[in-house]
Design a protein around this ligand. Structure first.
Ligand code: HEM
Length: 399
């Protein structure tokens, strides 16, 4: 019997107490004419359950409020859904005394979609893409092994890359690696650094990463321009590229297709670096100078005029974008293209170091053994010898 009474008393407490609590925690809303108070907002931010009944039962007294057209005019406690909708979707007529188009956007609805994309698919797919490439390369190494030299070293070397070419390559490579690491820290710091090393370490790393990322970007752009100017002539597609593809690039099997200075695989790397690196640079500049370099509305308009979205069954792309949306799209594009280029470059680093015997020397000392040059770039070696022979006035040695 006592147990039953206790249970009844307990359940009465459970059901009654929230009511009591709510009654006692009702804030005094007389100062706002019965409308929401700061206390309500703070309570909601603390995750407390705020009884919003007052918002529908007491809509204030619009007649005693300042006229809506007047400065500080309000609708009393009433909310004008049309006004809020217009603010939310950027169609309201807002006038500002400073800040231009950027300040005219009071509510930016797309910010949440961007945040969710950045914290969700971008991190997930981007991270898995890089890990996937690493796993594939380990598998490739285990199955194919290092691409070896078939012939004995001759002991005679030829210059593959001059000092200025190697300088440009390492400027590009060093800056890209720094940009990649710092970019990944900014994107993943909150997920991996913060829980393990705490907010202080994460904060210092992020501040440092941002500084390095912003400043090293100039070195990357300089390297990109130098590499483009010096190597574009050697990267124009030609017929030897078809032979290279037909023979699987000599990567699968033991063929060594003839090649000029760069083979078709290297041309793919070159153009990926130039086009994707160029696009990363332009979207990066747009991020570096906020709101100064909007790119997407005009690009979307150009794509629409070509009918490009229709090719993949999409509606025309939006051509009116708020300055904030432009920045969000620039960030998303910058990160997506960077992930693609990082994945490609990881494969390039593999083939330029552990993946191929003798390859590193080309960018290290700039000198390669003639046996290596003959195996991988036979046409280039022949042309080089011919021009050397012409310069010295001797006949080119027979093959
Ligand atoms: C530690 C990292 C890297 C190593 C060991 C490396 C190594 C090499 C080597 C050995 C070559 C010359 C290949 C030949 O003689 O035919 C080369 C070429 C090249 N590298 Fe790198 N590289 C690295 C990073 C990068 C990065 C980060 C980029 C660009 C973002 C890059 C872009 C290029 C380009 C465009 C070429 C010419 C095309 C080609 O040979 O594929 N490299 N690299």
């Amino acid at each position: 019997m006592i147990r039953v009474l206790l249970a009844a008393a307990f359940s009465a407490l459970v059901f009654v107490s929230p009511v009591v609590a709510q009654e006692t925690s009702q804030p005094d809303r007389s100062a706002t004419g019965g409308a929401q108070t700061l206390e309500d907002i703070l309570a909601r931010q603390r995750g407390e359950n705020v009884d919003s009944e007052f918002r529908s039962s007491n809509i204030g007294d619009p007649s005693s409020a300042a006229g809506i057209a007047q400065q500080l005019g309000t609708l009393g406690g009433a909310s004008d859904a049309e006004v809020w909708r217009a603010l939310r979707y950027g169609s309201s007529d807002v006038t500002v005394s400073a800040g231009g188009d950027v300040a005219r956007v009071l509510v930016q609805d797309g910010g949440m979609a961007w945040l969710e994309f950045r914290e969700g698919p971008l991190r997930t797919y981007g991270g898995y893409a890089l890990l996937g490439v690493l796993v594939l390369l380990v598998l490739f190494y285990l199955l194919r092994g290092r691409i070896k030299l078939d012939e004995e070293l001759t002991g005679r070397t030829v210059t593959r890359f001059k000092a200025i070419e190697r300088f440009a390559h390492w400027l590009l490579a060093g800056s890209f690696i720094l940009l990649g690491i710092t970019g990944l820290l900014v994107l993943f710091g909150r997920v991996f650094i913060l829980p393990t090393f705490g907010p202080e370490v994460n904060s210092y790393l992020l501040i440092g990463s941002k500084w390095v990322h912003n400043n090293v970007s100039w070195a990357f752009m300089l390297g990109l321009v130098m590499v483009f100017v010096m190597w574009v002539i050697h990267n124009i597609p030609n017929r030897t590229d078809l032979t290279w593809f037909a023979q699987g690039g000599g990567i699968i099997g033991n063929n060594h297709p003839p090649a000029k200075k760069f083979n078709a695989g290297q041309k793919i790397i070159f153009w990926s670096v130039i086009l994707l690196g160029g696009s990363i640079s332009i979207s990066g500049l747009s991020l570096l100078f906020p709101f100064e370099l909007p790119l997407f509305a005009k690009t979307f308009a150009a794509l629409n005029s070509l009918g490009a979205p229709g090719w993949i069954g999409m509606e025309p792309l939006p051509t009116v974008l708020s300055p904030q949306e432009e920045m969000q799209l620039a960030q998303a594009w910058h990160a997506i293209v960077s992930f693609v280029l990082m994945a490609i470059i990881i494969a390039h680093i593999y083939i330029g170091s552990v993946g191929m015997e003798g390859a590193y020397d080309a960018m290290g000392s700039g000198e390669v053994d003639e046996a290596w040059a003959h195996q991988h770039h036979s046409i280039w070696l022949d042309d080089l010898k011919k021009s050397q022979a012409e310069e010295t006035g001797t006949a080119a040695p027979a093959e």
